[in-house]
Design a protein around this ligand. Sequence first.
Ligand code: FAD
Length: 395
Amino acid sequence: QRHYPVVIAGGGTAGLTVAAQLVNVLDPSRIALIEPNDRHFYQPLWTLVGGGVFPKEESMRDEAEFIPAGVTWIQEYVSAFDPDQNRVALKNGDALTYDYLVVALGIQIDWDKIKGLREALAERNGVCSNYSYETVDRTWENIRSFRGGVAVFTQPSTPIKCGGAPQKIAYLADDHFRRAGVRSRSAIKFFSGTGGIFSVKKYADALTAVCRRKGIETHFQHELVEINHRQKEAVFQSLASGERVSVRYDMIHVTPPMSSPDVIKQSKLAASTGWVEVDQFSLQHVRYSNVFALGDCSNLPTSKTGAAIRKQAPVVVENLVAAMEGRPLESVYDGYTSCPLVTGYGSLILAEFDYQLMPKESFPFDQSRERYSMYALKAYGLPAMYWNGMLRGRM
Ligand code: FAD
């Protein structure tokens, strides 16, 4: 059984960012990173891939390129956490022990919670989702070949990664349909399990105006429960009345329900909600002081985004090192998160806010106004900052 002073479970956005920053302060030979996948994805680009702006290959790089030199890469799945024994079991039967653990497994997409969704995605019949590398190019195929009719976009009631992504793709579809001359013979319907368009009032007001201007119908508290792809019919359940409503579609973009990874849910690290139970300010586990968590798998009460991880990672690194050195944990995360809400090809509302759902904007202008400059930042600036800055431990 191998032992490492620091084990990072999950080498996605959060795991790689923490690893990149930790090697600035710790000898890399003391760190192991567990990540089964040999490819890493910049998922925020998938909105623009679904909208036909970039090929999906642009969002992918080799994982190996971003594992800091000297860090041990264990290319396996975690199969169990045993925090009482400081032990992580792997799918291949091996196990590791640690002094400190950082949990960064991301979010689990529960494709099977929607009856008929997997079958529907396997057929090329108008059903798509930006929520995986395998299905994201199907979105653009559907939008590009749409000749009018009903286009449906869904959002579940569960927490999801990037709360704005389900509506962004509806806005791009609307813009494309107008350019292609098919908008006047189409209806765009956005069905969400949530109670409103966005959690922060300032941006919700702006987005409500965008939907009105574009003529997008919105239906809240409606959860997608079934897809019957042969009849091209989607079944929603009203969360208010329990009633079921069937909607016929010509294309449908699905954002499936999501939850904490099963391996976390089944472990002592989980809160009753399934997410890793950490203190929302220090990111230290509430029962196991040598465990930290960040990113989508954590119970932090903020919107799950890569932008949030940019602010969480330095807090984890500083507090982890303080704990190793027996100092008090002084670094604090304030819940900062950001959602670049693409409202069309060349326009974007940049939402930035904290735990109090108060705007926390970076630029000296009103970010709830749609701007080309913010679209350019999303399409060209942020990907470069991600690959060259964040994943390299430089920001
Ligand atoms: P991930 O990056 O998903 O990484 C989790 C890692 O854990 C993966 O590499 C996985 O292979 C690994 N793993 C899983 N299970 C195991 C296991 N059992 N053992 C070991 N390893 C395991 N964010 C923004 O900031 N801005 C945006 O505009 C934006 N848009 C988005 C649009 C879409 C369509 C999507 C899908 C996401 C978007 N996001 C956006 C969200 C952002 O991509 C995520 O919040 C971020 O990637 C989460 O990082 P993470 O490290 O928690 O999870």
